[in-house]
Write a protein that binds this ligand. Structure first.
Ligand code: ZN
Length: 205
């Protein structure tokens, strides 16, 4: 399979061709890595016969994957220009990151709030780590919500007197068992409904 197709699984598809070009141009070994809690991505400069190496965690959402990838390529580019003379997230890196981010801004690949968070990150002189919290909090909003399935629960598992929600958004309070069904009161209308114990609903905090 060609590089662009593979990259499109992880990146916004419009961003994949340019990242593929960078991998070739910089002669970089680019790896999609297993998830690491301590970091999203990693750059290693050439060492003992090995070339540039970048790895990015596989489980980032496409925008976070792209931001991390550009972040690491900015390290690579800064290494090529300055070697040990530039600090990891110093002014040289920052100006490269800014410049290398521009084509993706031009292509309008990011949603507005992500773009604002990136710009804010670039303009904040104190921002220096690989994992800026504001930026990654915004990026995290684009994680695929696994909660829809995971938070599903059967009515019998809902705690007594707790609220639950149906798929259509209607909210109920669970009360007692009446024969084989649960008596539940719709919060909005006060009307009583009987629920099958294994009906699937969503928990409400
Ligand atoms: Zn970094």
């Amino acid at each position: 399979m060609d590089k662009i197709t593979v990259l499109s699984r992880y990146l916004p598809p419009d961003a994949a061709p340019l990242i593929a070009r960078w991998i070739d141009y910089f002669n970089c070994e680019f790896k999609v890595s297993r998830s690491r809690n301590s970091k999203y991505g990693d750059y290693r400069p050439p060492y003992q016969g090995k070339g540039h190496r970048i790895s990015v965690n596989y489980n980032l959402n496409p925008y976070a994957f792209l931001v991390t990838t550009v972040h690491e390529f900015a390290h690579l580019h800064t290494w090529n220009e300055h070697k040990f003379k530039a600090k990891p997230h110093g002014t040289e890196w920052k100006s490269n990151f800014k410049r290398m981010m521009r084509p993706f801004f031009d292509k309008e690949i990011f949603p507005q709030d992500v773009k604002r968070a990136i710009v804010g990150y670039l303009e904040n002189p104190a921002a220096s780590s690989c994992t800026d919290l504001t930026l990654f909090r915004t990026l995290r909003n684009y994680d695929v919500k696994k909660t829809a399935e995971a938070a599903m629960i059967t009515v019998e598992k809902v705690k007594a007197n707790s609220l639950f929600k149906m798929k259509n958004g209607r909210v109920f309070r669970k009360e007692g068992l009446i024969r084989k069904r649960y008596r539940c009161v719709e919060v909005k209308t006060g009307l009583v409904y009987l629920f099958n114990p294994v009906a699937e609903v969503f928990e409400v905090e």
